[in-house]
Design a protein around this ligand. Structure first.
Ligand SMILES: Cc1ncc(COP(=O)(O)O)c(C=O)c1O
Length: 404
């Protein structure tokens, strides 16, 4: 806070893959804000849909039996797209809220099914699940574990080793673990695609131990991995899917949890079942839902899921041309429109601000990229075209060299 108090970088306008600052300079948005502006900036269709909804019914809560047309249409549409049978959707505001929702649903599910000892939530090293209560406790990025004491009954395992997960379930004991949380591709923790077969093995292990498998697709959904919920390409059926960001391309805050019919049953099947006492003032917000519906129309109408399938390879190929730079030790990507350049550990050891300095230097050369703990992250809008990649590579190479 102290470092930026007199040096804000003020953005005033966005247009497709471009952003403009208050001085009129133009930047390529190679991160789609925080991994979320999947349809690009300045889409009038979304602004118009939100304005029209606001003139009709701007806001109302959805507790009890109260609903509104955009919330109903959105949840029906998402349930039909979701890769789980009998999907039910719980809407909240942001990814961290949705993680808290999924964590509480998991524990409450087991209370209602007579296994109330199942309270432990397991996550992976390098994972990021937001900064609310449960997400902070689940964080696999040590720097994000702040403001302890944390929510109890949480443990973190290696990010790439199914055997370590199973060993942890066994160590915790039968009937103790409620849920395992995993991002299909770890995002903020460094862009780490899953090892081949990892998610499939995890599904089997969770089944064997009676543990709910919660997929955190906050980054991976809505086209980022070329499909709707960021998990379909792996052929795995989760028990819950957490989504946010790309559902509205970030135009308005909206997130939610998709539940498998098995998880929904104890809350839905018995008309006398106690309510799930959880929710937010803006759950099912009509204007946010209208933004999501217009965003889904664009993703479908512009064929952006298909475009993402090609762009993932184009982005990866472009980033690989930077592998020869002395500051770069690894290029990650190729699973979704996500990439990272890992920076030289000895240089990072000497200067932990290296990613921020390179990102700043790339910005001065016209591209916004994401500084992470030890790497630079890339997650452009799905509307990015191949010709933009030359500008990106030039700006990043120039930034790396300037810092070197
Ligand atoms: C995988 C993942 N989960 C959860 C979150 C938290 O989302 P929000 O920032 O909307 O609370 C993020 C945010 O980047 C994320 O990347």
């Amino acid at each position: 806070m102290g470092a930026v108090r007199r040096a804000e970088f003020v953005l005033t306008r966005g247009d497709d893959v471009w952003l403009f600052d208050e001085g009129g300079s133009r930047y390529l948005d190679a991160t789609a804000s925080l991994w979320c502006v999947n349809v690009g900036h300045g889409r009038r269709e979304i602004a118009d849909a939100v304005a029209a909804q606001m003139r009709e019914l701007a806001t109302y809560q959805t507790f009890g039996d109260i609903a509104n047309p955009p919330a109903l249409e959105l949840t029906r549409r998402l349930a039909a797209l979701a890769p789980v049978p009998g999907a039910k959707i719980f809407l909240v505001n942001g990814g961290g809220d949705a993680i808290d929702t999924a964590a509480k649903l998991a524990r409450e599910y087991f209370v209602r099914t007579g296994e109330s000892e199942r309270t432990v939530l397991v996550s992976r090293e390098h994972s990021y699940h937001g900064t609310q209560g449960f997400g902070t406790a689940l964080a696999g990025m040590p720097g994000n574990r702040i403001a302890a004491p944390f929510v109890p009954d949480v443990s973190v395992v290696a990010h790439d080793d199914p055997a370590a997960l199973e060993a942890e379930f066994e160590r915790l004991g039968p009937g103790r673990v409620a849920a395992f949380f995993a991002e299909p591709v770890i995002g903020a923790g460094g862009v780490l695609p899953p090892p081949p077969g990892y998610l499939e093995r995890v599904r089997e292990i969770c089944d064997r131990h009676g543990v709910l498998f919660v997929v955190d697709s906050v980054i991976c959904g809505f086209g980022r991995l070329g499909d709707w919920f960021g998990i379909e390409r792996f052929g795995v059926v989760p028990d819950m899917i957490v989504f946010a960001k790309g559902v509205t391309s970030g135009y308005l805050p909206l997130s939610g949890v998709v539940t498998h019919e098995r998880v929904a049953a104890p809350f839905w099947d018995d008309p006398a079942a106690a309510p799930f006492r959880h929710g937010a003032t803006y759950s099912g917000h009509p204007a946010a839902c209208a933004a999501a519906l217009a965003n889904l129309d664009i993703l479908e109408g512009d064929g952006l899921l298909k475009r993402a399938e090609d762009l993932e390879g184009e982005l990866h190929a472009a980033l690989r041309t930077l592998a020869d730079h002395p500051l770069v030790t690894e290029v990650r990507g190729g699973t979704g429109v996500l990439g990272a350049l890992e920076l030289a550990p000895e240089r990072l050891g000497a200067d932990p601000t290296l990613p921020a300095r390179v990102a700043r230097a790339a910005r001065e050369r016209g591209a916004l990229i994401r500084p992470m703990t030890s790497a630079l992250g890339f997650s452009p809008p799905l509307t990015l075209r191949e010709e933009h990649l030359d500008l990106l590579v030039d700006a990043v190479r120039g930034g790396l060299s300037a810092v070197l």
